[in-house]
Design a binder for this molecule. Structure first.
Ligand SMILES: *Cc1c(COP(=O)(O)O)cnc(C)c1O
Length: 606
């Protein structure tokens, strides 16, 4: 009945609890809950087209992207899994009166975003989903589309026992489902399964978490099950990868998208590729002769860089001690002065400075290193300039925020994960290079069973040998699909919206008692302390000791309660602080306020 917020052309009318027509005027919020907590509605369900968000911010004319990969910050899925306001529904859909009718009626209801979750409602929600799903599978005869073999003397067992056996886990030893492909049977099974997914699962995902286009792309990829090593095996995906990587290079600012690139199994691996390429560029003989043919190499990265720089340096035989940590300033950005100090130190020690790995959007503080200044230093000392924009790269899609990465076009290599800020489904990660031919030179091994040189088409289309993987998933389709469907503009609006939400949250807690910002955020990471009322008089050492314990205690409580997940961590001398990372443009201002209010609730007695 109600309009789903996912239709780009559907703007819900702005909501006013006072003017909303009452659909069930005898309805009262469940005991213990106020009407405000239930979205301000005094009737339920809300009338068509109305959304239970007083701020009315979800009147999106773009498709929001949902995701929680970087994020550490999510509202637990179960709350929203079956739609509607869990607390409001708790009464009508307690396990006792869980009926098909109730469930069907509730499905697709807008949710009440200010509602605190509790164990009971969470259980109701996930039970409901399970019951729903299992019932459908059993009763709609999904499994009847499978061909069963029943031994003659067990005909009755098969009649009675088999239908539930797939999903209920009560396997009936006398029933055997034929498992070899019989085309008609499997087609019927697939169709019923897709119908079921469309009825049940699509609803779940459309209300949360996964970009719908990204998800469809992912499903399609899994259905096609390609491996992108050669053109003959994956012609469309091979070309699609080149196309997308070229577009990404254009966005970085490389003329006409020149250079090359690859999809990687994650940003960590992409950073590892960058190290190996920097090394190969300088010492091509290394590929054959190995590490002993060169001297001690040094990599420079900031104290706040992602741990993968060290991890992959260890993996590549460079050694973690040879990753020199450059100091950061009070905004978490790499200090140029200290970078030069570190480079000179390496030279004094007779080592070979190899590369700088700058970070655009550090994982914890969300800081952007000064790329232009770092490029100048790299030029001066002849160093490879890598930018780890795994997290912050998405900001390049936004006219408003791309200045944060200015200077990225001067890099030799860039790590950019569409599965982070742009929330393509996991995983979708790229390494982009200003140079051409280096990937094949550094990694190619010309396996004759795959990369024959006497094929009937140009083997330049066979991109597989540029990778260290052999068989490889097509991570491109889901991102291609999202990008095509929403346009660069849609991705830009997503980015702008999550930045806006981060700013909203920052302003919301800025003057709120007990909250203390660690720093003014540059990205969508908001880092802050919370001091509960009884501890606000403390100062100095005593306060630090208390803060150190607040993080883990509140985290434990939120995990056990199941209301949300916000991470915490210490950083150098700073005791544990919370880190809210916003990535989901489908959230409302009310959701974001919930994060702060829930921390207050969870810490009220500390
Ligand atoms: C997340 C992250 C990575 C690692 O990416 P994965 O895809 O998780 O391997 C690397 N660098 C930065 C700055 C990140 O935030």
């Amino acid at each position: 009945m109600e309009k789903q917020p996912l239709n780009p052309n559907d703007k819900p009318p702005s909501y006013s609890a006072a003017t909303a027509p009452k659909t069930n005027s005898s309805w009262q919020p469940p005991s213990g809950y106020s009407s405000t907590q239930c979205g301000g509605f005094t009737s339920w369900p809300p009338p068509p087209g109305y959304y239970p968000s007083a701020s009315g911010t979800n009147n999106c004319n773009y498709v929001p992207s949902y995701g929680s990969t970087q994020s550490t910050t999510i509202i637990m899925p179960e709350i929203i899994l079956v739609g509607g306001c869990p607390a409001c529904r708790a009464e009508r859909t307690s396990p006792a009166n869980l009926s098909e009718a109730n469930v069907a009626e509730d499905r697709g209801k807008p949710r009440c975003t200010t509602m605190p979750a509790n164990e009971e409602t969470l259980n109701v929600s996930s039970d409901q989903t399970r019951v729903n799903f299992v019932e459908k599978v059993c009763n709609n005869g999904l499994q009847n589309n499978l061909d069963r073999v029943c031994p003659d003397n067990h005909e009755e067992d098969c009649q009675n026992g088999c239908p539930g056996s797939i999903v209920k886990g009560k396997s009936n030893e006398h029933c055997h489902y034929k498992s070899l492909p019989v085309r008609e049977i499997h087609e019927k099974f697939m169709r019923s399964f897709v119908d079921l997914l469309l009825e049940e699962a699509l609803f779940m995902v459309s209300s949360l978490f996964v970009d719908p286009y990204g998800l469809l792309g992912q499903w399609l990829t899994d259905a096609l099950n390609p491996s992108v090593y050669t053109y003959e095996v994956s012609p469309v995906f091979s070309l699609m990868e080149e196309e997308i990587l070229c577009e990404m290079r254009k966005i970085i600012g490389w003329m006409d998208g020149s250079g090359e690139g690859i999809f990687c199994p994650g940003g960590s691996i992409a950073n590892g590729y960058a190290i190996n390429l920097a090394r190969h560029y300088r010492f091509p003989q290394l590929k054959e002769l190995g590490l002993s043919s060169i001297g001690r190499l040094i990599i420079f990265t900031s104290q706040d860089a992602h741990y993968s720089v060290k991890k992959l340096s260890a993996f590549l035989g460079i050694g973690t001690n040879n990753v020199f940590e450059v100091k950061t300033d009070n905004r978490g950005k790499m200090s140029i002065t200290d970078l030069e100090v570190q480079i000179k130190k390496a030279l004094d020690e007779g080592a070979i400075p190899l590369m700088v790995s700058a970070t655009a959007g550090t994982t914890v503080l969300g800081a952007f290193d000064p790329l232009k200044d770092i490029a100048v230093i790299c030029k001066k000392y002849n160093l490879w300039f890598h930018v780890d924009a795994a997290w912050g790269g998405g900001a390049l899609m936004s006219k408003k925020y791309r200045h944060l990465l200015s200077g990225v076009e001067l890099a030799d290599s860039v790590t950019w994960n569409p599965h982070k800020l742009l929330v393509a489904p996991q995983q979708c990660s790229t390494l982009l290079l200003r140079h051409e031919g280096l990937l094949q030179a550094a990694h190619g091994s010309k396996a004759t069973y795959l990369f024959q040189s006497d094929k009937f088409y140009s083997t330049s289309f066979d991109s597989g040998d540029k990778h260290i993987q052999c068989g490889r998933r097509a991570d491109v389709l889901k991102f291609w699909f999202m990008w095509k469907a929403k346009g660069t503009q849609g991705l830009e609006r997503h980015v702008d919206r999550v930045f806006e939400l981060a700013q909203y949250f920052t302003d919301y807690i800025r003057h709120r008692e007990g909250f203390n910002l660690i720093l003014e955020p540059e990205c969508t990471n908001v880092c802050f302390w919370y001091i509960p009322p009884s501890k606000r008089h403390l100062q100095g050492e005593n306060l630090l000791k208390v803060l150190q314990k607040i993080g883990p205690t509140v985290k434990e409580r939120m995990v056990k309660k199941g209301s949300m997940l916000i991470t915490y961590q210490p950083l150098r001398e700073l005791p544990n602080f919370f880190r809210l990372v916003l990535q989901n443009s489908g959230l409302t201002e009310a959701d974001v306020r919930f994060f702060a209010e829930e921390i207050e609730r969870l810490a009220s007695d500390l």
